[in-house]
Design a protein around this ligand. Sequence first.
Ligand code: HEM
Length: 403
Amino acid sequence: MAETETLFNPFEPGFTADPYPAYRLLREDDPVQEHPLGFWFLSDHEDVVALLRAGHSVDARLTTVEGAAQEHFAQLERDGLDVINMSMLDRDPPDHTRLRSLVSKVFTPRSIAALEPEITGLVDASLDRIAAAGQADLVEELAFPLPFAVISNMLGMPPTDHVRIRRLSGKLVRSLEPVFDPDVLKEISDAGAELTAITRELIEWKRADPADDLLSALIAAEDRGDRLNDDELVAQVILLYVAGHETTVNLIANGTIALLRHPDQLTLLRDRPELAGNAVEEFLRYDSPVQQTRRITLKPHVAHGREIPAGAFVIACLASANRDEKFWGPDADTLRIDRENARQHVAFSVGPHHCLGAALARLEGRVAFERLVQRFPDLAFAGEVEWNGRINLRGPATLPIKV
Ligand code: HEM
């Protein structure tokens, strides 16, 4: 342990509302922190990037550290739910390479670009509802329903299942948070079981009656004679569904909060709508929708001259890297939607697990901000922001606005 009082403690009051002062202290005092709970915490841009590019494992079962991860996997195994961990996000090569390659065959840049008219229609429908009401919770009316509808439609999910899937997916993503309570672990596992059962049924239904959608394409996807088996298919569909909306909701909501807190930037975006694409990159940097990811070291890893042993559970803090003044300069904590190198953020990670849905998230974000800002010149807060309490997939639970 380094001699420091600065310990990563996400349970401190106020942390989820604004974790950035704590990240700054960590970067200054102990950027390669060996935490008393057994994990390591990296907060510098340079160290985060080097770790993610170093070819370590994403398979949390390989860690030698006892703790919540072990409990989570033990619970899944007890419940016969290992399938949940068969998504590409939790696999190393060669599995990762073939899973990613099969999914990439159908989740192509061209298929995503073709969604712009549908996305525009969905955004406008949301804005119509907000305009009619005069005020609204932006999470409930736009930030959540947009990515949720887009990924549901892409996959070809029947609308009748949407409410149930939303509830289950909200529980399942808690597996990405630090959870120590056995009751919560059980709840996550139960949600995984129910989602798995729904997805299996859906795959059978699509197999019998294929349509022009992503799920039918995934069932048929073939790469040099290779296909996804049933369990792999279930795991990739759940990953796409959950990753498809539980993250972009924070991009839209956190980005809106950032704009409302920086009226000069809101005015700049209104005056120069062509900046919307770059503004989305800056929102991803300034207040990252996924704050951290993790790796298990396969061999000793040196960061800042400190050796992290093999088998360590290492948290790479993407959100802290995105505010590191050593990389971004003295205005790292300032929102600047015309920042030239904003796209160098690590909000989508780097290396082999770089977000497969980045192009879709960028498109949804750009269209949403272009239209929101132009449509409502009097856009303003209408009450207190309430945070969702998550440390990793951090964003507001409610965002009251008036137009
Ligand atoms: C992976 C962030 C939206 C699908 C990741 C990772 C991050 C991330 C940080 C990599 C984690 C790691 O390296 O360990 C985000 C953010 C989003 C977003 C910030 C929105 C603003 C989406 C969307 C989809 C998606 C819309 C799909 C519809 C995936 C998939 C992976 C992934 C499939 C796994 C890639 C792999 O393991 O090779 N995302 N994501 N994401 N994301 Fe996203």
